[in-house]
Design a protein around this ligand. Structure first.
Ligand SMILES: [Zn+2]
Length: 191
């Protein structure tokens, strides 16, 4: 089912939570549910306000006695701490950072048609880390071989960097996931 964007007290996006977790936080009084205008509701007010809605983008929670909308956005009422996490340096995450495009020719490829390429070849001391590893299609990878981009006349489309942890980072396993409109403006504010 749906997921909920979690803001801290200062309305900064800090996490994406499973809807059950989000509802639990509101129920426990640790967060308030926000409507489309970012007006906050405690649990009973949210149930009262949303029970009469005909549609809710995140769907409804139903029980024998209650029916209320899954909040798309909640705001923590007690915590301001922004959780910091490193994005794991993995093949999957390098491809996600590079948006599944070859760093040399720019063509988008499915993951099984991409390789990891060391910009400065390992044989020449290039490190195996975010700043030296890029996604590359097979033909470009073969053509570049053990050369520097300059030597191969294959300039990089972008300089590889270590991604900062971000909400979008937390969505890396789902690059195709639809981001609800109600999240978009909040995510823009994070960039
Ligand atoms: Zn390529």
């Amino acid at each position: 089912m749906s997921r909920t964007l979690v803001l801290n007290r200062s309305f900064r996006a800090v996490a994406v939570a499973d809807w059950r977790r989000a509802v639990t936080l509101v129920y426990a009084g640790l967060a308030e549910a926000l409507d489309a205008e970012l007006v906050g509701y405690d649990f009973s007010a949210w149930v009262a306000a949303s029970s009469s809605w005909v549609r809710a983008p995140g769907g409804f929670v139903r029980s024998t006695r209650l029916r209320f909308a899954v909040p798309e956005v909640i705001r923590l009422t007690r915590y301001d701490r922004v959780p910091r996490r490193d994005v794991a340096f993995t093949r999957h995450n390098v491809f996600a950072r590079d948006r599944h495009r070859c760093a040399y020719c720019g063509r988008r490829q499915p993951p099984d048609a991409l390789d990891l390429d060391h910009v400065v070849p390992r044989s020449r001391g290039g490190p195996h880390d975010w700043t030296n590893v890029v996604a590359s299609c097979r033909p470009c990878n073969l053509r570049k071989a053990d050369r520097l981009p300059d030597e191969a006349d294959m300039p990089l489309k972008a300089r590889p960097e270590k991604p900062r942890w971000s909400l979008l980072g937390s969505l890396i396993p789902h690059p195709q996931m639809d981001i609800p409109d109600s999240w978009r403006r909040l995510l823009v504010a994070e960039a």
